[in-house]
Design a protein around this ligand. Structure first.
Ligand code: HQG
Length: 191
């Protein structure tokens, strides 16, 4: 398949495996799983041509490993990013000392006031490296990268999880654990 076709199918899967399974007549099982056969049938019913080989290609080629099959390959789920209730059974993990969050300047004052909130997802998403955070922020405009004192928050009782594709998740980052970029240094590479 062409890259654009793969991206289109990936977005279709994200939508239905994270946010709107009911729009395809699907119900996610605990853990976010849905039967592969059931998913293929539902997609085709909705007019989206999708077979097992195409699904395998979308899952394998995904830049962020957004989707995963279960051990015997009969079920699939999104690895993170859900807005529907799912229990991903992630084990709490000790985060690296510092994590990063990519956002944009327009929400900085709200973030300064309330800290990082999960908004419509279940968790705040944090990246282990600055470049990834910058990419996440740039989805919304000129990126601003915040530094999170993950070790401090963890020591203060904050619980962290790492999703199957390496994204760090936590429920809330209070302002005290956030370092905002200095004005004028918020965009583009520092230095
Ligand atoms: C902002 C993509 C106002 C937050 C990416 C962000 C990531 C606040 C937006 C993953 C706020 C939420 C997650 C507050 C946070 N007031 N705005 N108190 N606290 N925000 O998309 O982190 O392609 O839900 O800064 O690559 O941008 O979906 O989260 O701008 O890994 O696989 O509210 O989504 O991955 O936006 O992105 P999102 P995110 P996928």
């Amino acid at each position: 398949m062409s890259n654009s076709h793969i991206v289109r199918l990936s977005k279709f899967l994200s939508k239905h495996l994270r946010h709107a399974p009911q729009a395809l007549g699907l119900t996610l099982e605990l853990g976010g799983w849905v039967g592969v056969e059931e998913l293929l049938a539902a997609a085709n019913r909705a007019g989206v041509t999708l077979d097992r080989a195409m699904l395998d290609e979308v899952v394998a080629s995904n830049d962020k490993q957004r989707f995963a099959f279960d051990a015997d390959g009969t079920q699939i789920r999104a690895q993170q990013g859900h807005s529907v209730a799912v229990e991903l059974d992630l084990a709490p993990a000790v985060p690296p000392a510092v994590l990063y969050h990519g956002t944009v300047a327009t929400v900085l004052s709200a973030i300064q006031r309330e800290g990082l909130q999960p908004m419509r997802r279940h968790h705040v998403h944090l990246s282990a490296d600055e470049a990834t955070a910058r990419r996440v922020g740039s989805r919304r405009g000129q990126p601003v990268v915040l530094t999170v004192d993950a070790a401090g928050l963890h020591a203060a009782g904050g619980v962290f999880y790492q999703s199957g594709n390496g994204v760090w998740l936590t429920e809330h980052v209070p302002p005290a654990f956030l370092q905002l970029p200095l004005p004028g240094r918020s965009s583009g590479p520092v230095g």
